[in-house]
Structure formats: C-alpha cells, structure tokens
Write a protein that binds this ligand. Structure first.
Ligand code: PGA
Length: 251
C-alpha cells in the first residue's frame, strides 16, 4: 500500500521560539493518534531544524524547505543536503514554485538538488505545477511533463524509489482557490502514467503523490478521497496546529 503523507511547509514564517511552540502543540495533538499509514512531516525554516527535531516525536518526519545544488565549498549562504541530514531531517522540499519563480531555480538546478538529496540520505519532496495562464491555455500537462522529466527522470530506479512528488498548481498556492478534487485527480493520474512510461507500473503504483495549494480542513477530505491523491503539502493551514491536525485526520 502506498504511504500517505501530510507535510506542513512553514515557509518564511515563525521565529525559532514560535516554531518550537508550534511543533510542541502539534506534537501534543499527534500524540493522540493519526490515521494508520499516514506519515506526518513538518518543514520549518533551516534555523529551526535541530530544535524542532528535539520536540517532535520519532514518528513525525522533519524536512527542510530547500537545499543547495552544490555539495560543499565556496557557496556563501547555501545549505547542503548533507548538512540538512546531519541536522536530523529525513526529507527536503525541492522545486517549490516559490523557489522556481522568485529565485529562478532551473530544472537543471532541481535535478542536481534531487540527486544531492538522495545521495545524502534524504527523501526529496519534488514539487511541480502549472501557472494560471498555462492552465487557461490547456498546456498544463506539457508543463508538468517537462518539469517531471527534467527534474526526476535522470534518476535510476533505485534512486527514484526515494522520491515523493507534490502537485501544486501555482494558481492555487496561497490564493484560497484550491484545485477541485477532479482537477487534482487528473494530474496525479497523469504523473503516475509518466512514471509508468519511464520506469514501470510498480513504481507508478508505489510513488506517493501529494496535492498542494489552499488545502485546508474544509476541503482536505474531498481532495484526499481521490484514488491517486496520497495526501497534501500544506502551507498556510500548517501554521495552526489544530488546522494541520484536522487535515491529517481527513483520511
Ligand atoms: P498553501 O501553500 O497551502 O498556503 O496554498 C501550499 C504550498 O505552497 O506548499
């Protein structure tokens, strides 16, 4: 059975103290139980990783929101996948649309990040998704195909097994306007089809594909009920422990 995941992307929010408080609140709720086969993950800012690791239980996963495309050396301000792993994280978000669009991260950069992450023992949560004008022009499948091919399909099968994918339509992120469950299902199924073409049907069946973009307690149940949707990457709603826990319990 495919693993379900609910991951909280805190983005550029919370001081260290606020982040630890949020993690403590979440930990208390998660301690009451989460649905079977659901992995909870939190992705705080880099500065919070070690402290958040100390307060979340062993069952909750820890992710960074980005990693360097470089391994080490004279790259001031960068944080490598190996450093993230050594801080106690098991996951890293790669290719979030905010990184692609505001920081000009290219498909080539993202491919290097994915490889570095996996070689350092992290599971990448690889994001893809089309912009509004690409959806309106009905070229969204081509956009996603290109992102997935260039970012991920250089990996051999052993490495690809570590990949988690998040479909996040850019027009749905932080806008309050989520994709409909049917729109999410269409793309998740399409991504699974791409994986089957590149690898095989087992790989397609076993890859966890998350939905992200204005996912909240009021819509999570309906979105997660779709066959090919294995959970969510949650931004705004992950900043409230109660809302995030309610989304976790939407399966
Ligand atoms: P949102 O963000 O839930 O605030 O729309 C999702 C994301 O960017 O991962």
């Amino acid at each position: 059975m495919r693993r379900k995941i609910v991951a909280g992307n805190w983005k550029l929010n919370t001081t260290l103290q606020e982040g630890v408080k949020l993690a403590l609140s979440l930990n208390e709720l998660v301690g009451k139980g989460v649905p079977e086969n659901v992995q909870v993950i939190v992705a705080p800012p880099f500065t919070h990783l070690t402290e958040v690791r100390k307060v979340i239980g062993n069952k909750t996963g820890l992710a960074a929101q980005n990693c360097s495309a470089q391994k080490s050396g004279a790259f001031t301000g960068e944080v490598s996948a190996e450093m993230i792993k050594s801080a106690g994280a098991g996951y890293v978000i790669v290719g979030h649309s905010e990184r692609r669009n505001y920081f000009n991260e290219s498909d080539l950069d993202l491919s290097s990040k994915v490889i570095n992450a996996i070689e350092s023992g992290l599971q990448p949560i690889f994001c893809c998704g089309e912009k509004l004008h690409e959806r309106e022009k009905s070229i969204y499948t081509e956009v996603i195909k290109k992102q997935v091919h260039l970012g991920l399909f250089d990996l051999d099968a052993e490495h690809f097994k570590k990949v988690i994918i998040a479909y996040e339509p850019v027009w749905a992120i932080g806008t309050g306007k989520n994709a409909t469950p049917e729109q999410a299902q269409e793309i998740h199924q399409y991504i699974r089809h791409l994986i089957e073409e590149q690898y095989n049907s087992d790989m397609a069946d076993n890859t966890t594909i998350l939905y992200g973009g204005s996912c909240k307690p009021s819509n999570a149940r309906e979105i997660f009920s779709k066959d090919d949707v294995d959970g969510g990457l949650i931004g705004g709603a992950s900043l409230s422990a109660d809302d995030f826990y309610s989304i976790i319990n939407s399966f």
